[in-house]
Design a protein around this ligand. Structure first.
Ligand code: PMP
Length: 286
């Protein structure tokens, strides 16, 4: 059976789900998106994801032609139409069909599509033994150019870093910001643990404020683990006791090596393990 895609109000077969070559989402990366998961038949943190989607749209002066309630109903309809209980959902809003010039005012209607599918971001063994990262030479977007807080369709910055990771034979890369501080990975937020305290870069360090990142901070509070949002330098990563990355697709992945150097003893840390366990319980049981 073919996957059903929600496209501008209709559920249609994947093979027929097409958008115009004149869509500015394609011509200019002019649009916004979200990656969301459903666990055990429930959309995980729908309001947090929709809030970020609507904030991203607002930041690029794009009006989403649905209310957040209608958007959530469309997401639920898509998951149901494909009989998923656990899946990854991609919600996309493009500027719509325009002419061959930048002017978004010439685009008549934004286009909305929703895909529900399965995803495996990284092989299982990375979750058990830990992952190696490199620091990319490409830096994260300057907040005054294109704010990393916007989840836009323009991911080239991160894609260039991802290619550097692949060239180095590792699955993911850390990106520094314009000040040389740690921001995040190409599609994941980063955390370290030092002396029992969990640290992650602040909103102002050039990150997308991940929903999974927020969940981890919430779990730290629940588990009485000390934590702080703090500007981090690469030195902090090299000298950390533990390290892990988070994202909707990736979930929580331990990191045991950075730029060829083992983090601590190069093993998955105890606090990382605790948070991974708590995360998987939380997404299913609340
Ligand atoms: N940073 C970037 C650049 C991302 O694209 C993502 C989403 N995959 C994240 C961080 C993690 O955000 P979330 O936990 O909301 O998926």
């Amino acid at each position: 059976m073919s996957l059903k895609i929600w496209l501008d109000g209709n559920l249609i077969d994947k093979e027929n789900a097409k958008i115009s070559v004149y869509d500015h989402g394609l011509l200019y990366g002019d649009g916004v998106f979200e990656g969301i998961r459903a666990y055990a038949g429930r959309i995980f943190k729908p309001h947090e994801h929709l809030r970020r989607l609507y904030d991203s749209a607002k930041a690029i002066r794009l009006v989403i032609p649905l209310s957040p309630e209608q958007f959530l109903a469309a997401i639920q309809q898509t998951v149901k139409a494909n009989d998923f209980t656990d899946c990854y959902i991609r919600a996309v809003v493009t500027r719509g069909v325009g002419y061959l010039g930048l002017n978004p005012a010439k685009c008549s209607n934004p286009s909305v599509f929703i895909i529900a599918d399965t995803i495996e971001m990284y092989p299982r063994e990375h979750y058990e033994k830990g992952m190696a990262l490199i620091t990319a030479s490409v830096i994260r977007n300057h907040p005054n150019a294109l704010s990393p807080r916007i989840k836009s369709l323009n991911y080239l910055n991160n894609i260039l870093a991802k290619i550097e990771a692949a060239d180095a034979g590792v699955p993911e890369a850390i990106m520094l910001n314009h000040d040389g501080n740690v921001s995040e990975c190409t599609a994941d937020n980063i955390f370290i643990v030092r002396d029992g305290v969990v640290y992650t870069p602040t909103t102002h360090d050039g990150i997308l404020e991940g929903v999974t990142r927020g969940t981890i901070l919430e779990l730290c509070r629940k588990l009485a683990l000390p934590f702080a949002e703090k500007t981090l330098q690469r030195h902090d990563l090299y000298t950390a006791d533990e390290c892990f990355i988070t994202g909707t697709g990736a979930e929580v992945v331990p990191v045991t090596k950075l730029d060829g150097r083992p983090i601590a003893r190069g093993e998955v840390g105890q606090i990382t393990r605790r948070l991974m366990e708590a995360f998987h319980k939380h997404v299913r049981e609340g």
